[in-house]
Design a protein around this ligand. Structure first.
Ligand code: PRX
Length: 638
């Protein structure tokens, strides 16, 4: 496949960038013409950020899976679409060509239809990293059902919150998921969640083991049993649902600074164009390359760059069930050699943990097939960048530092591999269509170079969030109200003398733990569910591997209670209500929190204490009771 809109020189980058800003409609119309549409659009873009109301390719009709699969059947039907590597290196891998993946997707789409799932219905997927997850995602898109993938590390309560919010009618899960030495009992977690979820009419359980006791009620069926009842030849002939460009494609829940996670909604047409365009440009994908994104499909990176982006481009995507350090910290290098991977896309956390592992024999693996290395999810420190470049890329692979968010659908700021220059720890320059700007707290634009501020984007791009599920006002408040007329990212950034952007991290109460976003309010709510806890405050602190660690200050009366034991219980409570990713690394039981006279917790002070800088607290005179601070500083941490 030839990509008409692949940028092939730095000159072209400058030209395309200028053209995209000057006349966005013309620019994106040309890109959109590369795809299969059932009907072309009436208007390329229609928007205002006050609504917000953003519509791309209005009047256009399409099905994204026809672009991911059917479009490649004539020329590349026997090309590899998906390679699956098990958690266990000894277990046989699985491969799907575009033709066989198409068949599986059409067959599972028919299963969903037979269970009465219609266009617009919500389907939740709570599965491990098995090929059936990708098949289920695409099958939903095939029939126009809105998929909502829930990361396999979330607890029953988190699942219930998401299923209820989306009013999902069907769930697809697995009996268990394998991750390293862990076996996660997904189906029993679903059983517990289902006690609260009345909207769900059917549960489909994909067996990862040979255990036969997972089907408990008539509203549950095994994946393979359901698939075996379908007439495959007929299923393949069934037409894909024709979607409006602006129909929702999926919901993905993500944490914010307040309340429960919100369902970020992406639409069919714009997301398709954005994931494809960014995939071929950022990574400079070339036909025949194998793309390996290590992200779990439960996160946006997995959606955009393990499934949609690569398949839209006709690329082969490698999905790995396990984790980088199982059974040893050479696992990624083994996989790269085994399959001759060309693009490796991973997170700084993984890079730092492999770098820190003295047993990793990275230098023994030539990995000659590698061409491009990507990083995403959190700022990458220069040391990790250099290690990635020298030891994994052997000094000859380009590194792309890609900055984006669940809400942006795909990459917004990155260097283009081998086309525009990389700069360690900088995401560098915006992609065509993206107009970043920095503002101060009052929303005043900061001009010039070598300035730092809050990162905003001026105009919509095709992949931008459309709404938050069931609560449009929340979308407006979270992203479009802080600085009226602008999309606010929640990140701080610095711009250097060449216009390169360096993302410095969140400026709101959102933590980034191992590249996973989690709001402090959400963790506090979970901690407060522990009986006896009066109040808590959670802050982040620098963590060598995870980027940030979670530090919780908890008010718990009854000073004689064993604090070490209490900390263990509080951690268990957080795991129960959210999942292991939100488990505090450090807990300190305190008698009070530093509050202003108006009752606001001064997190700045707690952050300094958590960072181990109790002498740099700054002004504490506005505190209601400054002595609280001394007590905290002299307290014990568990
Ligand atoms: O703070 C930024 C950080 O991750 C946040 C988005 O998290 P999430 O929606 O979970 O999506 C992660 C995968 C796209 C951002 O607000 N972030 C993401 N990429 C980078 C980054 N920080 C620095 N550099 C990056 N390349």
């Amino acid at each position: 496949m030839h990509f008409v809109h692949q940028i092939t020189s730095s000159d072209q980058y400058l030209k395309d960038y200028a053209a995209s800003i000057e006349n966005p409609a013309l620019f994106w119309e040309n890109v959109a013409n590369e795809f299969t549409w059932r009907r072309k659009w009436d208007t390329v873009v229609d928007w205002d950020f006050d609504g917000p109301n953003v519509q791309w390719f209005k009047g256009g009709k399409l099905n994204i899976t026809e672009n991911c699969l059917d479009r490649h059947l004539q020329t590349g039907g026997n090309d590899i679409a998906l390679v699956w590597e098990s958690n266990e290196p000894t277990e046989l891998n699985k491969t799907y060509t575009f033709k066989t993946l198409h068949e599986e997707v059409c067959t599972f789409a028919q299963v969903l239809r037979n269970y009465g799932v219609n266009k617009g219905d919500r389907v939740c997927l709570y599965m491990g990293m098995v090929p059936e997850l990708t098949i289920a995602v695409l099958a939903c898109a095939r029939i126009g059902a809105i998929h909502s993938v829930i990361f396999g590390g979330f607890s029953a309560q988190s699942i219930a919150d998401r299923v209820i919010d989306a009013q999902a009618c069907l769930i697809v899960t697995c009996d268990v998921a394998f991750r390293g030495v862990k076996e996660i009992p997904l189906k029993s977690v679903i059983d517990e969640a289902m006690l609260q979820c009345n909207s769900v009419k059917q549960v489909i359980v994909c067996r990862r083991t040979h255990n036969s006791t997972i089907i408990n009620t008539p509203s549950e069926i095994g994946w393979h049993e359901a698939m075996s009842k379908i007439d495959r030849a007929a299923a393949i002939l069934q037409k894909a649902e024709v979607m409006e460009s602006e129909d929702p494609l999926f919901i993905l829940y993500t944490s914010g600074s307040t309340g429960k996670p919100k369902g970020v909604v992406h639409s069919c047409g714009g997301y398709m164009i954005w994931t494809h365009y960014t995939f071929v440009n950022a990574f400079q994908y070339q036909p025949g390359w194998l793309h390996f994104c290590t992200a779990d499909i439960g996160w946006i990176t997995g959606h955009s760059y393990s499934i949609y982006g690569p398949l839209l481009a006709g690329a082969s995507t490698l999905q790995f069930e396990g984790i980088p350090n199982y059974p040893s910290s050479n696992r990624l290098w083994e996989i790269i050699e085994k399959y001759q991977v060309a693009i490796l896309y991973t997170a700084p956390t993984a890079i730092r943990s492999l770098m820190a592992d003295k047993h990793s024999l990275v230098d023994d693996y030539p990995m000659a097939s590698l061409k491009v290395l990507g990083t995403v999810g959190e700022p990458i420190n220069e040391e990790a960048w250099r290690w990635y470049h020298e030891h994994v890329g052997k000094g000859r692979c380009e590194i792309v530092d890609t900055w984006w968010q669940t809400e942006t659908g795909g990459i917004l700021i990155t260097n283009l591999a081998g086309i525009t220059p990389a700069k360690p720890s900088f995401a560098t320059l915006p992609l065509p269509g993206i107009e970043p700007l920095l503002v101060d707290e009052n929303g005043l634009e900061l001009f010039g170079n070598n300035v730092s501020g809050n990162l905003c984007i001026r105009k919509p791009w095709p992949g931008i969030i459309r709404t938050t599920w069931g609560d449009h006002e929340r979308c407006k408040q979270t992203y479009f109200s802080t600085y009226p007329g602008l999309y606010f990212t929640g990140d701080g950034a610095l711009r250097d003398e060449l216009g390169n952007y360096r993302i410095t991290g969140r400026v709101d109460d959102v933590l980034n733990i191992s590249g996973h976003r989690i709001g402090t309010a959400e963790i506090e709510n979970a901690i407060n569910m522990h009986p006896g806890v009066i109040e808590s405050a959670v802050v982040g602190y620098p963590h060598d591997i995870k980027g940030q660690g979670i530090y919780a200050f908890v008010i718990y009366p009854g000073i004689d209670k064993d604090h070490a034991q209490l900390a263990v219980q509080i951690k268990a409570t957080v795991i129960h209500f959210i999942g292991p990713i939100a488990k505090p690394d450090k807990i300190q039981i305190v008698t009070g929190l530093p509050k202003t006279r108006s009752g606001k917790i001064m997190r700045r002070i707690l952050r300094k204490i958590a960072e181990g800088e109790p002498n740099a607290l700054g002004d504490t005179t506005t505190l209601l009771d400054p002595s609280v601070v001394d007590d905290i500083i002299s307290g014990h941490v568990f």
